[in-house]
Design a protein around this ligand. Structure first.
Ligand code: ADP
Ligand code: MG
Length: 502
C-alpha cells in the first residue's frame, strides 16, 4: 500500500476591524470534455475555427432537429468521475434549463440537474510536502456549452458565434471544503492535472476550456467545524458566487477581495446578500451582476427529446481498467521507488509527459541523480527557451548517457554540464562527443602529478604560504583544474596537492 498520509493545512484567517474571520469556498468548475464532436451533434469542436463553421442543424436549433447523445463524451465523464474516486450513476437524465440569451438558440441549455452521471468523490489538494486538503466532490454533470456573443468588434452591432454551442462540458461541483485563496487555485490546478492525466480535458484556461464559478463566504473561527459535524449549512455565512474565472491568479485575487468586502459588511452590522458577482481584474474588485437565481427560476424539467441515460456496470469497469496511474499514486511511487523527496516527486509528476521522461532516464540508474538532472538542468534549460518537455531536444536516452558517463568517472559533474549544453544545442551521442572532443576526465595520477609539480615549481612563494596555512592548498587545486581545462579528477588533484605540500 502506498503511503498517502498528510496533515490538513491551516485555514486562511483574515483579521477584520473587530474580529478574526475564516473563509469557506466551494467551486463549480466547468471543464470542456476533450472530444472531437459535440455532446449532441457531430459538429467539430476545433478551437479558433471560422465563426459559425462548426454548427450542426441541431446546434442551431433548427425546427425538428433532435439531439443524439455522443457516447464518447459520456465515457469521458465516467473516466473523470473514476479519476476523482467518485460513484458512477448507471442511470442519469438530462433536463432543460430554460433562459434566453442571443448565443443560446434553443432557448434552453440541456444539463443534468436531478440525476447527474457522477456522484460523490474527492480530490487531494497538495499544499506542500506532507500537507494536503481533502476536498469532497458533490457531483459531476454533463451539459452543453453556450455560444459566444461578441460586443467589441463593431460600435453599433453585436455578433454571435455558435461554434461553441453544444460543446460538452463537465460541471464538477465541490463541497464548500476549500479554506483559502491559494487552496482554491491549487484545487483547480489539481483537477486540471488529473484530467490531463486522464485525457478528458486539455485544461487550457486561456481558451476557456477550464473555468470556475467561485462561491465565497466568511464565518467565525469554529463555525466550519460545526457545519462539518452536523452538515447544517446555517453554521456558514451567506455566500456570493463569482462567475466565470479562467485564471488562477484572478481566482485568488477575487476571493481575497470578496472576503474582505463581506467582512466589512458583517462587521458594520449588515448582511451579505446572496448574489452573482463578476471580478474586474483591472480594478481588482468584484461587482454585483445579478441577484441569486434559484433552480425554479429556470423552470427545469426533464428533456423530452432524450431518454434517461442508462449505462452498464461492465462498460464502467472497462473504463476503470483503462485508467492510467494518477498523480497521487505516481508521486508516492516515485518517493518509494526512486528515493525522491516529496517535493521533487511533485515537480516530476506535475505533467504526465515529464513523469514518463524522468522514468525513462531513471531506469537502471540512480533515481536521485536522474531527478536532479531532469529538474535542474533539463527543466531549467527548457524554461529558458520557453519549451515544454515534449519539445526537448535532449532525449531520455541522451540524458541517461550523460549520467552514465559521470557514473563511470569518465567526466566530472562540471564537464557534464558543458556536455549537456552541446547535446542540447547540437545533438549527438554523449559518449562519442566526449571521445571526439577529448573531454574525458584525467584520472591518470601520473599525468596529474606532473601538472602539480610544474605549478609548485613555478610558484615558490605560494608554496611557502600554503605550507604555513594548509587552507591555501585550494589555490593549487584551482590552478591544476585550470591547466587541465577542468578535466582532472578533482578528488585525485586534492590528494596529490596535499601530499606534495606535506
Ligand atoms: P447552486 O446550485 O444554487 O449554485 P449549490 O448548493 O449547488 O448551489 O452550491 C454551489 C456551490 O456553492 C457548491 O460548490 C458549494 O460547495 C458552494 N457553497 C454552498 N454553500 C456555501 C457557503 N456557505 N460558502 C461557500 N460556498 C458554498
Ligand atoms: Mg451555482
Amino acid at each position: 500500500m502506498l503511503d498517502l498520509s498528510f496533515e490538513p493545512p491551516k485555514p486562511k484567517v483574515i483579521s477584520g476591524a473587530k474580529a478574526d474571520w475564516e473563509l469557506v469556498i466551494g467551486l463549480e468548475v466547468h471543464a470542456q470534455v476533450a472530444s472531437n464532436a459535440k455532446l449532441f451533434s457531430g459538429a467539430s469542436t476545433t478551437f479558433g475555427a471560422e465563426p459559425n463553421s462548426n454548427v450542426a442543424f441541431v446546434d442551431a436549433a433548427m425546427p425538428g432537429m433532435l439531439p443524439v447523445i455522443n457516447a464518447f463524451c459520456v465515457a469521458q465523464a465516467v473516466r473523470t468521475g473514476l479519476g476523482l474516486k467518485a460513484g458512477i450513476n448507471l442511470t442519469s437524465a438530462f433536463d432543460r434549463k430554460n433562459y434566453f440569451y442571443p448565443d443560446l438558440p434553443q432557448g434552453y441549455q440541456i444539463s443534468q440537474l436531478y440525476h447527474p452521471i457522477v456522484g460523490e468523490g474527492e480530490v487531494l489538494v497538495d499544499m506542500g510536502p506532507g500537507v494536503a486538503r481533502r476536498v469532497r466532490i458533490e457531483r459531476i454533470h454533463l451539459e452543453q456549452d453556450a455560444g459566444k456573443s461578441i460586443h467589441d468588434m463593431d460600435p453599433h452591432m453585436s455578433f454571435v458565434d455558435l461554434n461553441r454551442t453544444g460543446v460538452a462540458l463537465m460541471e464538477i461541483v465541490s463541497r464548500p471544503d476549500i479554506r483559502g485563496p491559494e487552496e482554491a487555485a491549487a484545487y483547480v490546478g489539481k483537477l486540471r492535472q488529473i484530467m490531463r492525466y486522464l485525457g478528458t480535458c486539455d485544461g487550457n484556461m486561456q481558451n476557456g476550456n477550464l473555468r470556475a464559478d467561485v462561491n465565497v463566504s466568511v464565518c467565525e473561527p469554529g463555525a466550519y467545524e460545526k457545519y462539518r459535524e452536523t452538515g447544517d449549512f446555517s453554521h456558514l455565512g451567506t455566500r456570493c458566487e463569482i462567475k466565470n474565472m479562467n485564471s488562477m491568479r484572478f481566482i485568488q485575487q477575487a476571493i481575497e477581495y470578496e472576503a474582505r468586502r463581506q467582512i466589512a459588511i458583517v462587521e458594520d452590522g449588515g448582511g451579505v446578500v446572496q448574489e452573482t458577482r463578476l471580478y474586474d481584474p483591472d480594478k481588482g474588485e468584484t461587482r454585483s451582476m445579478r441577484s441569486k437565481e434559484e433552480a425554479h427560476d429556470y423552470r427545469y424539467f426533464p428533456c423530452p427529446d432524450l431518454l434517461p441515460l442508462e449505462i452498464e456496470q461492465a462498460w464502467v469497469d472497462d473504463i476503470a481498467a483503462s485508467l492510467p496511474e494518477l498523480p497521487d499514486e505516481k508521486k508516492a511511487r516515485f518517493v518509494t521507488e526512486f528515493g525522491l523527496t516529496e517535493y521533487d516527486a511533485s515537480v516530476l509528476t506535475a505533467e504526465v509527459e515529464a513523469a514518463a521522461y524522468f522514468e525513462e532516464v531513471a531506469q537502471g540508474r540512480d533515481g536521485k541523480m536522474a531527478a536532479n538532472w531532469v529538474i535542474n538542468e533539463l527543466f531549467g534549460r527548457l524554461k529558458k527557451d520557453d519549451r515544454d518537455i515534449t519539445e526537448s531536444p535532449v532525449s531520455p536516452a541522451q540524458l541517461g548517457g550523460i549520467i552514465d558517463l559521470i557514473g563511470r568517472g569518465d567526466i566530472s559533474g562540471k564537464i557534464a554540464k558543458d556536455l549537456f549544453e552541446i547535446v542540447y544545442t547540437e545533438g549527438g551521442d554523449p559518449a562519442q562527443i566526449v571521445e571526439e572532443r577529448g573531454m574525458k576526465q584525467v584520472t591518470d595520477t601520473g599525468a596529474i602529478e606532473k601538472v602539480v609539480d610544474e605549478i609548485i615549481a613555478a610558484n615558490p612563494a605560494q608554496v611557502e604560504k600554503a605550507k604555513a596555512n594548509p587552507k591555501l592548498a585550494g589555490w593549487f587545486v584551482g590552478q591544476v583544474m585550470k591547466a587541465t581545462g577542468g578535466k582532472a579528477n578533482p578528488k585525485a588533484v586534492n590528494e596529490i596537492v596535499s601530499k606534495k605540500l606535506g
